[in-house]
Design a protein. Structure first.
Length: 468
């Protein structure tokens, strides 16, 4: 089933016993987040908060609180997306199964973006920041944050959808030095995604206008964080994920995804930064206060009876693990295509996804001499130098020549194999004084620190006790 909007998804979850309505008033200052965390910890249902204190709007969370529910939400497009990715990896599949592949054509054409003229639900009403569900998740958070935004930007002189960037960058709505009702904080780095557009605008006199969507079809949120190949549009991809065309319009110079529940429009102050944070983040501790870009709010639009979609992050696992599960399901076929010689990569969820990667590579350089890490070091460099995997702090990479059924998905089994073979004197490879994830505070300076690759291609070195 494809969902044209958020409420259709929630209705479907309710019909199948996967939604909990909370009819009593709940405080967005920490209380909503604590309810969410307790329900998530029990593997509970999606949540609809019908009365949010100091706001006229309802709010929903925990849609992706279990892997099973995440797959249920995307059941109509998951298999088709996997088939599409297989075709990208191996176009010869089109010749092997032409009829099966041709069946994808309606799936592709139905996902094309559609500019609309008359039906624009999100432009029906306007509100202001103080009326939104101002959700604060942790005691030391700097204010209220948007945790599932779709931040949409274009480079200067372009309205082409293929040039758009759609990213999930947290938004601070209140607190710190932001002017109430007028400014919000944007947490993004200037070397990635929207930051590249920001740098380009700094070289012009043009206003840097962006739009921030909240809610809408579930595909919009997942599309905002998906690690897409270079050059692929998140807008087109969101249509593919939702198995439905992405309707949009332009209004007062702003790109408007008309099926989101809320849309904040505004202009990024190009030469002005303000303190943003702290924020209890997905690594399990607070990211601290730092200067980040500021958005001068233009207008906040919303549809009739909108629902504020949010999540709660913190020490993993949390709801965003459901996103990780879906991404793993869809991109597993891409691994060998994006990283030649690499058979598997697994981002370990309980470590916060980015910090710890496990990988299985291959050795083809010198097959007739004593086993040692050689080609897998090249593969490790490739992994640490590309896209989302470049955020890794630790990478454990091994071969599996003598254990072809070894998989990174079984973490205990992988480490049992790895620890029996690793040579601690020779297999640790440090990357010092390098750039690290902005959210990683283990380095000497912000955005600066070290990484570790442990590369193992050895015969058994030792026996273990207490494992397996």
């Amino acid at each position: 089933m494809s969902y044209p909007n958020l409420v259709s998804c929630l209705n479907d979850l309710e019909k199948t016993g996967q939604l909990l309505r909370i009819p009593v008033e709940v405080d967005p200052d920490q209380e909503m987040a604590e309810i969410h965390r307790r329900i998530y910890d029990k593997g509970g249902p999606a949540i609809l908060f019908e009365k949010v204190k100091s706001s006229p709007f309802m709010a929903a969370s925990n849609l992706y609180g279990t892997n099973e529910r995440s797959e249920f939400i995307f059941r109509s497009s998951l298999a088709k997306m996997e088939q599409l990715i297989r075709l990208k990896v191996n176009p010869a599949e089109l010749l092997k199964s032409p009829f099966k592949s041709i069946r994808l054509l309606p799936f592709l054409t139905n996902a094309l973006p559609k500019k609309v003229i008359f039906n624009k639900p999100v432009l029906q009403h306007q509100t202001k920041i103080s009326q939104l569900p101002l959700i604060k998740s942790w005691p030391d958070d700097g204010g209220a944050f948007i945790t599932l935004p779709q931040v949409i930007s274009f480079p200067p002189e372009s309205k082409s959808l293929k040039d758009a960037n759609v990213g999930m960058y947290r938004i601070q709505l209140t607190g710190n030095q932001y002017l109430p009702e007028e400014e919000v904080g944007l947490h993004y780095q200037l070397h990635r995604g929207i930051g590249i557009h920001h740098k380009a605008y700094n070289q012009t006199t043009k206003e840097f206008k962006i739009s921030i969507g909240v809610g809408g079809p579930p595909a919009y949120s997942l599309g905002s964080i998906f690690p897409l190949p270079e050059g692929m549009s998140e807008i087109l991809f969101s249509g593919l994920l939702g198995n439905k065309r992405y309707p949009y319009t332009w209004h007062e110079g702003y790109f408007i995804p008309v099926e989101v529940d809320f849309c904040i429009t505004g202009t990024v102050l190009k030469d002005q930064l303000k303190p943003e944070g702290p924020f209890g983040d997905h690594l399990g501790y607070y990211s601290l206060t730092h200067d980040f870009p500021v958005l001068k709010v233009h207008k906040i639009f919303h549809k009739t009876d909108p629902i504020w979609h949010f999540t709660v992050v913190g020490r993993p696992p949390q709801e965003d693990s459901g996103f990780g599960h879906l991404i793993h399901q869809m991109v597993k076929e891409l691994t060998t295509n994006e990283f030649p010689g690499v058979k598997e990569i697994h981002a370990v969820d309980v470590a916060g996804v980015h910090p710890l990667l496990l990988a299985i590579g291959s050795e083809r350089y010198m097959p007739f001499r004593e086993k040692s890490p050689e080609e897998i070091l090249t593969q490790a460099n490739h992994i640490l130098g590309k896209g989302q995997t470049s955020l890794a702090k630790y990478l454990f990479i091994s071969t599996n020549d003598d254990a072809p059924n070894l998989t990174t998905k079984n973490v205990l089994e992988f480490f049992d194999y790895f620890l029996r073979r690793v040579d601690w004197k020779n297999d640790l490879h440090f990357y010092t004084k390098t750039t690290i994830d902005t959210l990683d505070y283990s380095g000497e300076n912000w955005n600066s620190g070290s990484k570790l690759v442990v590369a193992c291609n050895r015969n058994i070195q030792r026996t273990l006790s207490g494992i397996g």
